[in-house]
Ligand binder design. Structure first.
Ligand code: B1M
Length: 209
């Protein structure tokens, strides 16, 4: 449907005025929130993710696209809450304790939302027990931890250990990411997965959830 393509294009272009108006128009026309999400917003953010991976879009453009997605999400969120739309699952995302870097973590959150996940953004400098608390509150099945400093990376293992130690969170899958990380490091601390960039994080969350 051309209207969905227009909405997807507004996301890709990062036009938050159009994305909001188009979402409002679709709602007024009686289109369901699920269709708007699955036929317009998610395909739009998928294109953004693919272009970002291929170095055809860069961080500022991705952030602007995410802002356009948020503008449309704000319109449909109340309707989504009322409907029975199956989001793909909840992911708690935070930057590890001692680490204040949040640009990559924010991108991961936005791309996950664009990919149809409910996201609890726990913030930065998050201690292990706070991750445990957020998982219990939200019922998330996946936790994403970001670290940008070699000095804070070991804190990710503390989070994994704390989640495993609590019977209420022992089954949760942890994915990790951030510039200094590698798959080997992720394996060594017992993470369920490692994603090198925000769009890979969406694919990985889809596998883990
Ligand atoms: Co900081 N910093 N910084 N810094 N900073 C780095 C990381 C550093 C590499 C710079 C350098 O020296 N070359 C270096 C770390 C060295 C090391 O550990 N080996 C460093 C340092 C040393 C520091 C301070 C200690 C400096 C000081 O005070 N002496 C200090 C620490 C503060 C703290 O955290 N406690 C510090 C502070 C800061 C600022 C506050 C000034 C600022 C952060 C602002 C903010 O985030 N709001 C900052 C910045 C901006 C950087 C650089 C320049 C850029 C980081 C960034 O945002 N990249 C960085 C150098 C660099 O990386 N070139 C640097 C863009 C972002 C989109 O990429 O975060 O890698 P990134 O995220 C990617 C992927 O990694 C992945 O997806 C994202 C998108 O593709 N990803 C995930 C990230 N998290 C993921 C989670 C996932 C999956 C994928 O699943 C959950």
């Amino acid at each position: 449907m051309a209207k969905f393509q227009e909405l997807a294009d507004a996301i890709i272009k990062g036009d938050n005025t159009s994305s909001k108006e188009l979402a409002e128009k679709l709602v007024a026309d009686g289109v369901s929130a699920a269709e708007i999400l699955n036929e317009g917003l998610v395909p739009g953010m998928n294109v953004v993710g693919t272009k970002f991976k291929a170095n055809e879009m860069y961080i500022p453009e991705v952030l602007i696209a995410a802002r356009a997605m948020h503008a449309a999400m704000d319109i449909i969120k109340p309707l989504l809450a009322e409907s029975d739309v199956e989001m793909k699952g909840t992911v708690v995302v935070g930057t590890v304790q001692g680490d204040l870097h949040d640009i990559g973590k924010n991108l991961v959150c936005m791309m996950l939302e664009g990919g149809g996940f409910s996201v609890v953004d726990a913030g930065v400098d998050i201690p292990a027990d706070k991750f445990v608390e957020e998982v219990k509150k939200s019922g998330a099945k996946v936790v994403g931890i970001s670290a940008l400093l070699t000095t804070t990376m070991p804190g990710m293992k503390d989070v994994i250990d704390a989640l495993k130690a609590d019977p209420g969170t022992a089954d949760v899958k942890v994915m990790v990411g951030g510039a200094p990380l590698t798959q080997e490091y992720a394996d060594s601390i017992g993470a369920a997965g490692y994603a090198a960039d925000a769009s890979s994080a969406v694919d990985l969350a889809g596998e883990l959830v």
